[in-house]
Design a protein around this ligand. Sequence first.
Ligand code: AMP
Length: 187
Amino acid sequence: MDILLMGPPGAGKGTQGAILSEERRLPKFATGDLLRDAVKRGTPLGQRAKAVMEAGHLVSDDIIMGIVREELARSQAANGVIFDGVVRTVPQAEGVERLLGERGRRMDAVLFFDVSDEEILARLDKRRTLEQRADDDPAAVATRLAAYRQQTAPVLDWYAKRNLLRRIPAVGSVEEIAGRVRKALER
Ligand code: AMP
């Protein structure tokens, strides 16, 4: 099963993705984690992505599609993947559809973690103190939210038209939200 997790930064995709990955025994694949690791290690990919990420902008579709192609080629990804924040533009949605199609697969469900802006700002502020992520500072957060609204929100419509979108109200305890995720996937 291939499941995509979408939602604004701080919506809880990472937390719920980890739970889902364990329950479904599928690898969780987060482009954000992979890119942060590349930046930390100073690899060529990390060097290309560092400034863009720290400012809160989106990394280019070309770079993302290269990363997704590599992930899907791994044997661990053969039975499906939990895609966490991987699709953030319409061209990426089209690219992922193509790459899955080459393997006779398609996205099975897209979970949209829905949270208000006020809640997001409060959560990211808290995360900044806990995790010290450079892109959680207020200027970068504003840029990330703008990128989300302009480039990522239209992707929700793209999946809604294909009848794949399932909205998860993402305020509540981790366990409550995990319960909503389970229910949404039964439908
Ligand atoms: P995240 O941890 O998912 O919030 O991602 C952190 C940052 O990595 C984002 O703000 C982007 O700069 C970059 N990034 C991660 N995934 C993507 C993607 N699918 N498309 C473009 N940029 C991405």
